[in-house]
Design a binder for this molecule. Structure first.
Ligand code: TH1
Length: 829
């Protein structure tokens, strides 16, 4: 006999007409349904944007089906789950990616075509979800795609900022920041869960309470807001599994309403409550720097408590005690930004679940793992103890207690080495007392991961030397990766078609190691020819875009040379600009006959500067000033062009990467923890011109020195070079280009003075002068190779063929096995 529930479920399923179908006709019907009833436009008249919305809702319905099935299956199987906690996710657009992962892109394109719409055009209607700054945030997004595709029972947690990363607007060559109103036109990709909400408390005081003769600490908070969940389905490729990215938004809390309203000032009370929403309103736009701002700390705690309450509630739904917690839950901290979670779980276990301290602490340590993305000690997050104590008084007490016990343990192990103890302490004593979030994370996690091999070496040698010696087995590394679904299949469909044709299979999209199969065809003239054709079409698309945004006409026969990433002194966009000025200077001083030998270049630079980072902003202005001079110089013509692409983001990257020949990764060795942009270029067959730093070192090992252009000081040489710097002679060519900028060759003499100073007179912390000649040689080698199109194309094919190690699928597989101890849980159907 059927149980009542099953019988009812079957009847309901019948009413739903089974699962949604994916043939073009069914898709078309659903699109029209959404035009009429969701977007509420007449079926006789709707524009591209409305068609985009209707199509997105059509896809969303399919995502929801799979999401439900996956979650029901996870719940039934109760596997160990991974929770990925990150304050930043750079998801970019979703439409194209979802259709690719669901395997229905062609059907959608057909369906739309018959309605008179161009799929590619609808895709362009979508704005980017830019809830993050740069590499760290895009890494989170790539890893979510891999987690879903590899069928891992995982969820991501993040913040639903109302304003994502600022829009960069360039006026007269200067960067201006504008708010990113990404939610203003609605967001079809999220599901609001008004009923999934948690109270978030701040301020107040800790009191002692006597309960059944036992003393307990009770936190009496002073302010309460509510965290509401928004779910974003993340579909895997070639699987039904669809995991969840749960983002929290702050809302006023209903708690304590009566009190404030009874005091009389109703209007003010309502308005003040509304201020709760500011907590999740804006993403901090600083890459790699912290400021000890109260709002940022509020965001962090808001995020952490909502996520951990949700996770613990889900655990308790199917478990009656905490014995199994660390066998069922892995909590991954993306950098130290969410590291208060360690304290929050500790607080819940001891204060609310009445678990004894030592047991609670071992549950915490067994569950948490942490990945650091930073190289320098200055990049490590610190929170003033006063600030933390006023916002979260109970948490500060717990931190002190953890630190006390940790110090006692250390004293036993190390004896009384005060300088070492104070280095390792979670609490930094000084004029201002600070809490060191990295130390807290290392102490409270069972695994600490670096993001490339050399990054781990640097952690061992420098930043966390003492900790590595104390707990060598805790420290690991997982070289970062990027997802080939977004960075090849979505953004470079023509190249993918070609690769699949030559490999005789599309299986590499899931099983990326198959890409190596291209290697045997690297010298095949047919493949080479087709490969160049694909690149040319991509370059034409990019050239059109460049003309549209800048008015500059560029020739697709020129080498497209690209540097796109956040603007930072250590990433040395300035070195690139100095190289461009040098090239320009050479062309200017050339005889007519010499010019025929110049390899034409289109130099493309893009990236945002943190709003308060003056030097980075000057680099942007210098780029525009140099471009203005070069692009309008009749002596130069098509031999050299320089364009700055404004408002660089994920969707701009998807356009630029497939259309570039050469990409530059110029960080001073030892400064880029990993770098992930290079991996995306590599996959797309763009040659790299790079220093031997971060993950580039591993790329060199994978594809060989002779398949890219490597230059500059090595990681181990940098410290000694810095010591000797003031006695080193700078090359004449370098001095000359710096002087051109300083003397006002590109105008704005006074404004650029401070920029020049960063590389002059024994300054030059990032060693631009030292690496300059080596850089020019690498550039010359690139020119020489570009003329030999056969060689260039072979190197390009070998780059794609050798890129499989840099798929985030590999990264996630390693984390799953070595850090999280989780297994796939594949939804059958
Ligand atoms: C970046 C690293 O600089 C980069 O090398 C690495 O590839 C990437 O993370 C992913 O691992 C970082 N981004 C941030 C952002 C903030 C703070 C620190 C870092 S490190 C906000």
């Amino acid at each position: 006999r059927r149980s009542g529930f099953a019988g009812r479920a079957e009847r309901m399923f019948g009413l739903m007409d089974g699962f949604l179908k994916n043939d073009p006709w069914s898709l078309q019907k659903d699109v029209m349904h959404h035009v009429e009833y969701t977007v509420a436009r007449s079926r006789f008249s709707f524009d591209d944007f409305e068609a985009y919305l209707a199509l997105s809702h059509t896809i969303r319905d399919r995502l929801i089906e799979r999401w439900h099935d996956t979650q029901v299956y996870f719940k039934r199987k109760d596997p160990k789950r991974l929770y990925f906690l990150s304050l930043e996710f750079l998801m970019g657009r979703s439409l194209s990616n979802s259709t690719v992962n669901l395997g229905i892109k062609d059907q959608c394109a057909d369906a739309l075509n018959q309605l008179g719409f161009e799929f590619e055009q609808l895709v362009e209607q979508e704005g980017d979800a830019a809830l993050g700054n740069g590499g760290l945030a895009r890494l989170s997004a790539c890893q979510m795609d891999s987690l879903a595709t590899l069928d891992f029972p995982a969820w991501g947690y993040g913040l639903r900022y109302q304003f994502g990363l600022f829009r960069q607007v360039i006026l007269d060559g200067f960067q201006h920041e504008q708010p990113d109103y990404w939610l203003n036109f609605g967001n079809p990709w999220e599901i609001e869960r008004i009923h999934v909400s948690y109270a978030v408390k701040f301020y107040g005081a800790v009191e002692e309470e006597l309960l059944n003769g036992v003393k307990r600490k009770v936190w009496i908070p002073g302010e309460t807001v509510e965290a509401v969940a928004y779910d974003n389905p993340i579909p895997g490729y070639g699987t039904r599994n669809t995991i969840n990215l749960r983002l929290w938004a702050a809302k006023p809390s209903g708690e304590g309403d009566m009190e404030s309203y009874n005091t009389g000032d109703y209007i003010n009370a309502v308005v003040n409550r509304q201020r709760a929403e500011t907590i999740s309103s804006v993403l901090y736009p600083d890459d790699r720097s912290y400021q000890g701002k109260e709002l940022r700390l509020k965001q962090q705690y808001f995020f952490v408590t909502a996520s951990t309450q949700d996770i613990i509630r889900r655990y308790k739904d199917s478990h009656s005690n905490f014995d199994d917690f660390s066998n069922k839950v892995a909590l991954q901290l993306n950098d130290t930004h969410p590291s208060l979670a360690i304290i929050e779980v500790m607080r819940i276990l001891i204060d609310e679940e009445n678990i004894e301290w030592n047991r609670a602490w071992s549950i915490v340590c067994d569950s948490f793992s942490f990945t650091t993305h930073t190289v320098s000690p200055e990049g490590l997050e610190k929170i003033p103890a006063d600030l933390l104590g006023s916002l979260l008084p109970r948490h500060l007490e717990i931190i002190y207690e953890i630190n006390f016990l940790f110090m006692e343990e250390l004293k036993k192990k190390l004896g009384l080495n005060y300088s070492q103890l104070s280095q390792m302490s979670i609490v930094e004593e000084g004029a201002v007392k600070n809490i060191r979030m990295a130390n807290l994370s290392i102490v409270g996690c069972h695994a600490v991961n670096g993001v490339s091999r050399v990054h781990l070496e640097l952690l061992k040698k420098r930043v966390f030397k003492d900790f590595c010696e104390l707990w060598p087995q805790k420290f690991q590394y997982k070289t970062n990766g990027a997802t080939q679904r977004r960075w090849m299949v979505v953004s470079n469909p023509n190249l993918c078609g070609l690769i699949s044709k030559w490999l005789g299979t599309e299986a590499w999209i899931r099983d990326v190691d198959l890409l190596i199969g291209l290697k045997e065809f690297a010298s095949n003239t047919d493949l080479q020819h087709e490969w160049r054709m694909v690149k040319r079409v991509n370059k034409m698309r990019l050239a059109e875009y460049i003309e549209a945004i800048s008015g500059v006409k560029v020739s697709v026969d020129a080498m497209f040379d690209v540097q796109i990433k956040r603007i930072h002194e250590y990433k040395r966009q300035l070195l690139n600009l100095f190289g461009i000025i040098h090239r320009y200077d050479c062309i200017k001083n050339m005889e007519k006959s010499g010019k025929t030998k110049v390899v034409p270049r289109v130099c493309i630079i893009g990236g945002k500067a943190a709003p308060g980072y003056e030097i980075a902003k000057k680099i942007i202005k210098l780029c525009h000033a140099v471009a203005e001079t070069i692009n309008n110089d009749p002596d130069v013509g098509d031999l050299l062009k320089l364009v700055f692409i404004p408002d660089y983001n994920v969707s701009v990257a998807e356009l630029v990467i497939p259309g570039s020949d050469l990409s530059q990764h110029l960080s001073t060795a030892g400064h880029e923890a990993s770098g992930t942009g290079s991996m995306k270029f590599l996959m797309n067959g763009c040659l790299l011109l790079a220093t031997s730093d971060g993950s580039t070192i591993e790329i060199i090992e994978e594809i060989g020195n002779d398949n890219m252009f490597v230059f500059g000081a090595k990681v181990d040489e940098v410290p000694a070079l810095r010591e000797m710097k003031s006695s080193l002679k700078v090359p004449l060519q370098f001095a000359r280009v710096v002087r051109m900028v300083r003397d006002g060759y590109f105008g704005h003499k006074d404004y650029f003075e401070s920029l020049c100073k960063t590389v002059e007179n024994g300054g030059d912390f990032y060693l631009l002068g030292n690496d300059f000649m080596s850089y020019l040689e690498a550039q010359a080698a690139a020119d020489k190779t570009f003329v030999d199109q056969e060689k260039w194309t072979r190197m390009s094919i070998l780059s794609s063929a050798g890129s499989s190690r840099f798929s985030s699928d590999r990264t996630i597989q390693e984390y799953a096995e070595k850090t999280w101890n989780i297994e796939p849980c594949k939804c059958p159907f």
